[in-house]
Design a protein around this ligand. Structure first.
Ligand SMILES: [Zn+2]
Length: 465
């Protein structure tokens, strides 16, 4: 399907991925050379427990837990049911497993458990069969946590990896180390992503934010090109929202076997930190990647909080809107093309004549109702001449105060907070109107003003200092 329309099957499984039972995904790709460059993240607070993860092959890891500042190890809790199932059939040293708890033998200073990364039938994606594997794990399957885990008492995780294998995490580095990370409970109930593979890694500062880019396996020889593409998309988002919306993001670029489009699939994973995983056609040119909307769509999701299943239409609408607005802002699209893309999607959605509550709507209405709403808000905000000249300015300000967030936000709470920050009622009243709609909203008048709206935004700064 035409990727500019934004509704192909593989578009964005952000919600679907979050609902998966934390399946461990094992992906085969071609291997290549290894170069590692990694930037530091924010400085950590006091560290609680330390975990040493020893990986000899991509089949299993031994996780050793140490406690430096307590007389004995605390009881640990599973973060997922898969974690419990996994440990029922593996080796425990110094621990006893009781339902969802790991209890230490008295007086232990350290104890370990072995995570077997195979035999669980969870492989969901075999891409191309030559040579080494890539292991995509949900850290909630192998990280058992104490009650004391908090933002003030992060966990420390250190990796010990075989030659040629690197790790990609969404976690800040412990200052002065190269493979020790601090982990805090951002959205601890959702899937996360830690990837082990041959890869090149780099960290790119964007203002005060850092985007960590990991390029896996066969894609490694073109890592510079992929980084150019990722950084340009991230910069377009930063320009749109006044700054990059979260302090640390990892983007993992995975090659697939030849695909029909440059980026056949991408998704956002938010558990324990923000990750965007992109599957790319390895023969796509840089120009083809730059013309694709998927990465901008996924990065746009980082500019709003997780909005739950009830807010899925809002989340997808915002990302569908900003995949066009941000690319118009960066000059990849003209304002006229961004408008034409939206109009085409809106027209196709209206033709479906999908009726009923918005949170039970089909794919097209779910994806595009929120985009009409966002455009409507932008037009109202420009006319009101209040604190926020645009929805993006409001979202950027929200992000500065609230993201990343440890919790899901109810959509109406999110809108109320935008109103509060802006001293307005535009967000809540407009949101309620669209939420109450039982068919795709009228959009002709808004679309007729879209190009002007985008052009005006392109010439104003959304930075609020
Ligand atoms: Zn999406």
């Amino acid at each position: 399907m035409d990727s500019a329309h934004g509704y192909r099957e593989a578009m964005c499984r952000m919600i679907a991925v979050m609902r998966q039972p934390g399946a461990l995904r094992r992906i085969l790709v071609n291997a290549g050379m290894t170069v590692a460059v990694l930037g530091a993240g924010p400085a950590p607070g006091a560290v609680g427990l330390r975990y040493d993860v020893y990986l000899d092959t991509l089949d299993a890891a031994r996780v050793e837990v140490r406690c430096e500042d307590c007389s004995q190890l605390p009881t640990l809790h599973a973060l997922s049911n898969a974690a419990v199932r996994r440990l029922q059939s593996t080796t425990l040293e110094g621990w006893a497993l009781h339902e969802k708890r790991l209890s230490p033998a008295a007086g232990q200073k350290r104890a370990s458990y072995v995570e077997a990364f195979h035999g669980d039938g969870a492989a969901d994606r075999v891409i191309t069969g030559r040579s080494k594997a890539v292991l995509v794990t949900d850290p909630r399957e192998w990280l058992w946590v104490p009650d004391s885990w908090s933002h003030e008492r992060p966990l420390e995780v250190a990796f010990h990896l075989p030659e040629g294998i690197e790790v990609a995490t969404p976690w800040p580095l412990v200052r002065g180390t190269d493979e020790h990370y601090t982990v805090v409970p951002w959205l601890r109930h959702m899937d996360g992503a830690v990837v082990f593979a041959p890869m090149t890694r780099r960290a790119v500062p964007l203002g005060e934010a850092v985007v960590r880019i990991s390029v896996v396996g066969a894609a490694m020889p073109r890592a510079d090109e992929y980084a150019t593409w990722v950084v340009a998309c991230a910069r377009a988002l930063a320009d749109t929202f006044g700054r990059f919306p979260v302090p640390l993001t990892q983007v993992v670029v995975m090659p697939v076997a030849r695909a029909r489009e440059p980026v056949p699939f991408g998704h956002v994973v938010r558990g324990l930190g923000n990750t965007v995983i992109l599957y790319i056609d390895p023969v796509a040119t840089l120009a083809e990647l730059q013309a694709d909307w998927t990465l901008t769509h996924e990065l746009s999701h980082l500019a709003h909080p997780f909005l739950g299943e009830q807010g899925r239409w809002l989340a997808e609408g915002l990302a569908g809107y900003y995949q066009n607005v941000a690319r118009a802002r960066s000059g990849v699209l003209t304002a006229a093309t961004a408008t034409a893309n939206l109009q085409r999607s809106f027209t196709a959605t209206a033709k479906e004549d999908d009726r009923g509550p918005i949170d039970e709507a089909g794919r097209m209405r779910t994806y595009w109702t929120g985009a009409v709403m966002a455009l409507d808000m932008d037009i109202q905000l420009a006319a009101a001449k209040g604190r926020f000249p645009s929805l993006a300015a409001a979202m950027g300000e929200f992000a500065r105060h609230n993201l990343p967030s440890s919790r899901a936000w109810r959509p109406d709470d999110y809108m109320a907070e935008l109103d509060r920050l802006g001293g307005t009622r535009i967000f809540s009243t407009t949101y309620q109107r669209y939420f109450a709609s039982t068919e795709f909203p009228p959009f002709a008048e808004a679309i007729s003003r879209a190009a002007d709206t985008f052009t005006r935004q392109n010439h104003s700064s959304n930075a609020l200092d």
